[in-house]
Design a protein around this ligand. Sequence first.
Ligand code: ADP
Ligand code: TYD
Length: 201
Amino acid sequence: MAGRFITFEGIDGSGKSTQSRRFAELLTARGDEIILTREPGGSTGAEEIRNLVLTGETDRWSAETEILLFTAARRDHMEKTISPALAAGKTVVCDRFADSTRVYQGATRGDLRSKVDALHDLMIGREPDLTFIIDMDPKVALARGLARGSGEDRFEDFGLAFQETLRHGFLTLAHAFPKRCVLIDGNRTVEQIATEIAACA
Ligand code: ADP
Ligand code: TYD
């Protein structure tokens, strides 16, 4: 039996890593076999591409080049990590996936959504079974994200207006795919959010 594929999405600093970790712990405690992974990354090759796309100046890559780089990373991640785990019946919990490309590359620097979707159909061809989209105030999320000092702030460096555009993009996506997307209010405590997400497990 193929395993379940569950993703977490949202703007930078919205609490995806925190909540995906909590959710993976919950499922593990329930006895499920879990792979907790992230994008960009999750395989050796994809982690190398991560370093290219998340560091440096905002104009280091155009949105079009980013589509190619993120999709290349995703293809490697699918081949090496996600597909084998799902085939073995494991549950894959992933911090970001193709919805991030639809929004970050498809809806911020011009309307590139049809290019994102065409490449996705050609090279990835798989959607998650369930997606949690954490929605929250971009000002608070941006401050939290930058406070981490991770050195991977290329997208945070585009600024607050960019994060507001992203928020709008994720809300639009949640409404476009109501069957697989659950919208979560991220303006609450970690516990409150985790409890709501756990109820969907
Ligand atoms: P993301 O993966 O979406 O960037 P993180 O889970 O890394 O977000 O959270 C960003 C920062 O905010 C971290 O320092 C984390 O500890 C903190 N954080 C996460 N969720 C909450 C919350 N509900 N309330 C307050 N701080 C939070
Ligand atoms: P992540 O480490 O999840 O950042 P954060 O913790 O700040 O939310 O993701 C790295 C960055 O890469 C994030 O700014 C979003 C961006 N990104 C894209 O632009 N397109 C994509 O397809 C993916 C997966 C991520």
